[in-house]
Every structure is written in structure tokens, then in C-alpha cells.
Design a protein around this ligand. Structure first.
Ligand code: ME8
Length: 522
């Protein structure tokens, strides 16, 4: 039997109206953590990210700068692309909504919806927020600074807009969507998002038809057969998940292999688009639905919402300069339970890094490897018999930890997955203190060898498991243990691939430096 080990994961495609910041990096990193984890677990992974480049806002920004929207969007999209290697993101593709492949896919999808009888032309009048690219109902709005302006729940200013518009018959999908959520509770996570989406769809009177074209600007994908209209930015944006796989060619190698997606990772503010509109479009077009949409919560910084005006926006560079790439990755994924909102504060980050990395895993590796270097002729020590304590640690390293971690990852409980790995770090640090190998050199060198072997074998397993979150540091540790590059997958955690006595080990070097809080605060 061949296992169906393939996995398709996507980030939202980010708007090009601002520079990339910690929030964007967070969702992308959550996908990278999973993508790397699945690859190490033997899956064929396709990991997609990209930029969302159409809409009135982009046009307005470009006009302000006196450049074309295409020039503007080329510049900003490049910034999002440049961040990826800096954060060691392992995406397989980067989609831009200005790519020709994407525009063709949007038009093909549109024609499918039209052929299904779900698109009609009418007039739209309503309160529109350019910032959110969305219309709001009067019941959602509060009074603005003047009579022509209202304020959306997001804080965006809304203006009254009247235009001819194509509509999608979203009202046809109320029951179908509710039935779908009932049959597939795993479609939306976490549970708080599921509840919110269900409540929206189950609203009194059911879903209203959705305006899906604009005539007031032309920076978008033209509606097939009516150039006066460009597509609503969300129908355009959502299509990225299939255009990048070669849609409309449903036999394209990527599409036939990877669709439906295993997970669309999104911020919690855009679940409505991903869990209501997107599945309705796909149902209408007769395309399979993604398996899961998982929403991450929102970061605030030192208790405040990140904003340009407050000057508290944390950029990826700030993180990398302060903490280094791997520690930044670790801290973002371990500070808060994934799915919850969180407060990012530098003192919390420094504390976490020092505690878990410098004092935890780093210290364990450094002191063990130095002892091996000094007392075992810089070789993997010879082993005689393991006792119960050795076996308890080794069993956890070889089998038990990865089993729990795998189930936590599949439930998007990243924070608990990491906690489970650190349970093993703590157990190993407890073991080293209890066994006190430094005292055995004179009294029982054979036992010292067994203890040190048990420890470095545990460190080998730890390093294999942390590769998905801290790829560079893990590789350094695995190099220091002379683990062959083709023996670093989760399958190699088993005893069969254990370190071989007599293997020469290079001189160890510390992998996780301790950070100074005072200096950080300054
Ligand atoms: O919404 N905390 O793009 P966008 C956590 N183009 N995550 C954050 C965050 C924060 N403070 N700030 C941003 C769009 N994010 C659309 C998406 S998809 C077909 C189209 C993350 O540039 C989070 O994932 O506004 C959020 O959903 C995304 O960035 C919003 O990016």
C-alpha cells in the first residue's frame, strides 16, 4: 500500500500597501514550521505564499508616488519576497496576482461561476471602505467625522458608493455551507473561528448575494466579456490558491497532485472570506474544497496594536538583528498558543530564548559534547549495557516524543508540540545532573561512556526534531554529532540509526548564545 503522503499549505497573499512586518512573518512562519515538519515526516509538500496586488488602494498609492501601479507593486512585492530567505522560509512558489497565470485562472473561474448561473449584473449602492476593500451594512457602522463618512468596525472610513456591479448568488449557498460545516467540523480551526463563521452564515434571512466587480477603477483583473468591470479583489485574491497550481488546467501536474489544499493558514480577521466566500465559489465551480482553514490570532506589541503612527511596528529585520533567525522563529512559535492573540514584548522574548535555548537545549548540547570531546577521545563513546534510566530517556527520544509532537502538529497546537520537545530537553538535563558523568571519569569510566552516549543520542533526536523550527541551529548540532545529511528525517529517529560508537566528532561550538536583557532594553 502506498501512503498518500502529500501536503499543500498556503499563507494569505499579502497586500502590497505596506511593508512586511512581524504579523506577516508570523503566519508565513507558521506555514514554514508545518511545511518543514511534514517534509521531515516523509511528505511531498507544496508550500505557497505571495502578494495580493490589485485594488483601488494600490492604484492610489502608486498615483501618490507618480509611478504606475505595476511599478509600485513590483517594488513592494519584492520586499515580501526578500524577507523569505532572511527568515529561512522554505516556500516552493511565490504567486503574484499580477502574474499572467493568475489572471487567466481568475477569468476561467469567473466563467465557471457564470456557467453555473451564479453571476448576474445589477446595481450596488452601499458604504464602501477602500482600506478593507469591503462593503459594510449600516448596522455595522458608526458615525464618521462628516456626513459623507462612516466608520467600519475595523476603524476604516467608508464612503457611499453607487455603481453597476456583478453579483455572485451567495444566497444559494447558505444551507450548503451550513451542511458542509456540520459534516466537516475540521474545516475551520480554531473552534472560536468555527463558531463565528457559522453564526455569520446562519444569520437571519441567510447570506446576501455578494458584489464581485467594480467599475470605479481599473487596476484589477478584467471581467470576461465586459472590460468596464474589474473583479472584486477578494475573488481575484482567493483564486491564487489554485492559479499557482496550474488551474484552469485541472490535469496540470501540481493541481492534480496537490488540490485540495490541506490547509489555508490565515489571520482570524479573514476567515469569512476563506470559510464562506471561497468554499461557495468552489462549490459553484465544481471544484473540491480545501480540507482546513486555520486562523492565527493577532499580535500586539508591548500591549499596543502595531501601527505606523505609534512607531511600534516590528519588522522582520528588528527580530533578526536582536535575536538571530532561529531564535526569532522559535520565540514566535512558542510564546503563545497558536490560534490565540498574543502580546509581543522584548523582555518576554529574551527570557524565553535564554531559558529554553541558551540554558535548555544549548547548555545540554554544549556541556555534553565538551565532555565527550575531553573524556572520550572526541569520539562517540563505546557502550556496554543501558540501565532503566538510560532506557527511559532513549525511549522518549526515539519514539514517544515524536508521536506526541506529530499529533499536536496535526491539531495546529504548535506551542504544545514545542513544549513536548522541551519536556525531553528538561528530562535530559535532569538526567545529566542525576548521573553526574563528570564524577564518573575516575570511579567508573565505562558507566561514564554509557551516560554520555545516552545523552548525545538524545541530543541527536532532539536536533532532528527541532529542524523544522530552527533549521540552521539544528543542522549545526547534527554536524557536531557527525550525523549524515541523508539521515536527518523523522524516520531516522529510530534506534536503527543511532550514533555509532567510534565515530569521530568535530570540536563542539555553542549554538545558542545567551542574550543580555539590559542591553536589549537599552
Ligand atoms: O488580508 N498578528 O492581506 P494583509 C498576526 N490580501 N497576524 C498578522 C498581523 C498581526 N498583528 N498582521 C498581519 C490580506 N497578520 C489579504 C489576504 S488571502 C487570499 C488575501 C497576517 O496584507 C495575518 O495572517 O492584510 C493576516 O491575515 C494577514 O497577515 C493579512 O495580510
Amino acid at each position: 500500500m502506498t501512503l498518500d503522503k502529500k501536503y499543500y499549505i498556503t499563507t494569505p497573499i499579502y497586500y502590497v500597501n505596506g511593508d512586511p512586518h512581524m504579523g506577516h512573518v508570523y503566519t508565513t512562519l507558521a506555514c514554514d514550521f508545518m511545511a518543514r515538519f511534514k517534509r521531515l515526516d516523509g511528505y511531498d509538500v507544496h508550500f505557497l505564499t505571495g502578494t495580493d496586488e490589485h485594488g483601488l488602494k494600490v492604484k492610489q498609492e502608486a498615483d501618490k508616488l507618480g509611478i504606475t501601479p505595476q511599478e509600485f507593486t513590483d517594488q513592494v512585492s519584492q520586499k515580501f519576497q526578500d524577507v523569505l530567505p532572511r527568515m529561512n522560509i522554505s516556500n516552493n512558489d511565490f504567486i503574484r496576482t499580477t502574474d499572467e497565470r493568475h489572471k487567466a485562472a481568475c477569468q476561467a473561474l469567473w466563467k465557471k461561476l457564470e456557467a453555473a448561473g451564479d453571476i448576474y449584473l445589477d446595481k450596488y449602492a452601499g458604504w464602501y471602505a477602500v482600506r478593507d476593500e469591503a462593503y459594510y451594512g449600516l448596522d455595522e457602522l458608526t458615525a464618521g467625522p462628516d456626513k459623507d463618512t462612516m466608520i467600519a468596525p475595523s476603524g476604516a472610513e467608508c464612503k457611499w458608493v453607487e455603481e453597476e456591479s456583478y453579483f455572485f448568488r451567495l444566497s444559494n449557498y447558505t444551507d450548503k455551507l451550513l451542511e458542509f460545516y456540520e459534516a466537516h467540523p475540521e474545516f475551520i480551526g480554531p473552534n472560536s473561528s468555527l463558531k463565528e463563521v457559522k453564526a455569520f452564515v446562519a444569520q437571519e434571512g441567510g447570506l446576501k448575494d455578494l458584489s464581485i466587480s467594480r467599475t470605479t477603477f481599473d487596476w484589477g483583473v478584467p471581467v470576461p466579456g465586459n472590460d468596464k468591470h474589474v473583479m472584486y479583489v477578494w475573488i481575484d485574491a482567493l483564486t491564487n490558491y489554485i492559479s499557482a497550481l496550474g488551474y484552469p488546467d485541472e490535469d496540470a501536474p501540481l493541481f492534480s497532485k496537490f488540490w485540495p489544499a490541506d490547509v489555508h493558514m490565515v489571520g482570524k480577521e479573514i476567515t469569512r472570506f476563506h470559510c464562506v466566500y471561497w468554499p461557495a465559489f468552489l462549490m459553484s465551480a465544481g471544484i473540491a474544497l480545501p480540507k482546513t482553514v486555520f486562523a492565527n490570532g493577532w499580535w500586539v506589541v508591548e500591549g499596543e496594536k502595531m501601527s505606523k503612527s505609534l512607531g511600534n511596528v516590528i519588522t522582520p529585520d528588528t527580530l533578526i538583528e536582536r535575536y538571530g533567525v532561529d531564535a526569532s522563529r522559535y520565540v514566535l512559535m512558542s510564546l503563545i498558543p497558536f490560534g490565540n492573540d498574543g502580546n509581543f514584548a522584548h523582555d518576554l522574548a529574551v527570557h524565553k530564548i535564554n531559558n529554553d535555548l541558551a540554558n535548555g537545549l544549548g547548555n545540554l548540547a554544549q556541556r555534553t559534547l565538551s565532555m565527550v570531546q575531553k573524556n572520550c577521545e572526541a569520539q562517540v563513546p563505546a557502550v556496554s549495557a543501558f540501565n532503566d534510566e538510560d532506557n527511559a530517556l532513549l525511549d522518549k527520544a526515539h519514539k514517544e516524543t515524536i508521536e506526541t509532537v506529530r499529533s499536536k502538529m496535526d491539531a495546529f497546537k504548535y506551542h504544545e508540540a514545542l513544549q513536548e520537545i522541551w519536556r525531553l530537553v528538561n528530562m535530559a538535563n535532569g538526567y545529566i545532573d542525576a548521573q553526574a558523568p563528570w564524577g564518573l571519569k575516575k570511579t567508573d569510566p565505562e558507566r561514564m561512556a554509557v551516560v554520555l552516549y545516552t545523552l548525545i543520542e538524545t541530543i541527536r533526536c532532539l536536533a532532528i526534531m527541532v529542524q523544522s523550527i530552527m533549521p540552521e541551529s539544528a543542522a549545526k548540532i547534527l554536524d557536531q554529532l557527525a550525523v549524515p545529511e541523508d539521515q536527518r528525517g523523522f524516520i531516522h529517529l529510530s534506534e536503527e540509526y543511532a550514533l555509532k560508537s567510534g565515530t569521530a566528532l568535530p570540536k563542539p561550538e555553542g549554538v545558542f548564545p545567551r542574550l543580555e536583557l539590559e542591553e536589549e532594553a537599552a
